[in-house]
Ligand binder design. Structure first.
Ligand SMILES: NC(=O)c1ccc[n+]([C@@H]2O[C@H](COP(=O)([O-])OP(=O)(O)OC[C@H]3O[C@@H](n4cnc5c(N)ncnc54)[C@H](O)[C@@H]3O)[C@@H](O)[C@H]2O)c1
Length: 328
């Protein structure tokens, strides 16, 4: 009887590093853009005071993998002593359906989201981009900055967060880790105006970056809006910029793009490209050094399957995890 590998959060953290994740995610987007991987799917399932996101995708890496990720997102969980987001990935053999592994979703979600921004910055930020502003100094704020520093020569960072001490703690930690100056700021707009790259990774429900906040040539990664109620970018700014999405269907349904469409300022056809099309060289990303390019990130299962496959293969090689006979 086939066995299924169970991998905890700490197993996944031990097995997956950011550099490998960036390269796996880049290859997956390329495969999608070349038509060698089917488009990923997603379903939102609201409940009384929260809900579930269910995402699915497959990817042929020699072995053909399929993943579903179910993440519960319950805003009142911190009051209950539980994490706000919890979930599981089920990795299967896409040719015969055998469940290969069940993995805690936390580390993969964090790393594959950072990795997507790294890939987007590699193709869409100006080659000479050296200054970054990060809005939202949480888990994503950390991995996003690490990832962008892997693909551009970043020399100076500004960090903004309304929560007491969050930007200061982040700045101390990240400047020590990355060995570049990271400074807390209280005015997001003026920091953004002086930056080549701006990253928004907050749960904000209204736009925090507006017209005039981005200078010519800037690249904005809008990462926080991954559900209908969240928003980070002014629809007017979206409409005036070159918009590249991780997945058109998702972004038009619940990303920052969906607010611009709802406001009547953009249509799906106004989107410059999906990231996969840019990586595959099928559509242009940045047109000129003065283009303002916005990457609308909603998070896809394509990234999850790419990352989960790496984790599974490494776990098998290194004998990590617990094998169970689910059908036993
Ligand atoms: N696009 C994707 O694939 C993807 C993946 C994971 C998470 N997310 C989303 O990214 C956002 C951040 O996730 P996280 O895990 O880092 O959360 P987190 O709770 O670890 O950090 C969020 C930080 O944002 C700060 N913040 C809140 N409102 C702000 C505002 N208006 N301006 C600046 N900072 C503000 C908070 O104080 C906090 O420090 C969430 O909305 C999450 O759902 C998106």
């Amino acid at each position: 009887m086939p066995t299924t590998l169970v991998l905890t959060r700490s197993d996944v953290a031990r097995l997956l590093d950011l550099d490998t994740c960036i390269s796996a995610v880049e290859s997956a987007f390329r495969a999608l853009g070349e038509g060698k991987a089917p488009p990923p799917g997603s379903l939102s399932y609201p409940t009384v005071d929260g809900g579930f996101h269910i995402k699915a995708a497959s990817l042929n890496l020699g072995r053909h993998f399929f993943v579903t990720k179910t993440n519960g997102n319950f805003f009142r969980n911190p009051e209950r002593g539980l994490p706000r987001i919890q979930g599981v990935l089920a990795l299967a053999d896409a040719d015969n359906g055998t469940p290969l592994a069940l993995l805690d979703s936390f580390e993969i979600t964090v790393l594959r989201t950072g990795a997507a921004t790294g890939v987007a910055a590699k193709y869409l930020a100006r080659p000479d981009a050296s200054t970054v502003t990060v809005a939202g100094c949480g888990a994503q704020g950390r991995v996003q900055l690490r990832s962008v520093c892997r693909v551009r020569g970043i020399k100076r960072v500004r960090a903004f967060d309304p929560a007491k001490d969050a930007a200061r703690r982040y700045s101390e930690e990240m400047s020590r880790e990355l060995k570049i100056p990271v400074e807390p700021v209280t005015d997001l707009g003026s920091a953004a105006r002086e930056s080549d790259i701006v990253i928004t990774c907050t749960p904000s429900q209204q736009s925090i970056v507006t017209i005039g906040d981005l200078r010519p040539g800037a690249f904005l990664a809008a990462v926080g809006a991954d559900s209908h109620d969240k928003q980070e970018v002014d629809p007017k700014l979206m409409a005036r910029s070159a918009v590249v999405v991780d997945n058109l269907e998702q972004c038009a349904t619940f990303g920052d793009l969906h607010h611009a469409i709802k406001a009547g300022l953009m249509r799906r056809e106004d989107v410059r490209a999906e990231l996969g099309e840019v990586v595959a060289g099928r559509k242009p990303g940045r047109g000129s050094n003065d283009d303002v390019v916005i990457f609308d990130s909603t998070g896809t299962a394509l990234q999850d399957v790419a990352a989960a496959a790496v984790v599974y293969q490494r776990a098998k090689e290194q004998g990590v995890g617990m094998e169970v006979e689910l059908g036993g």
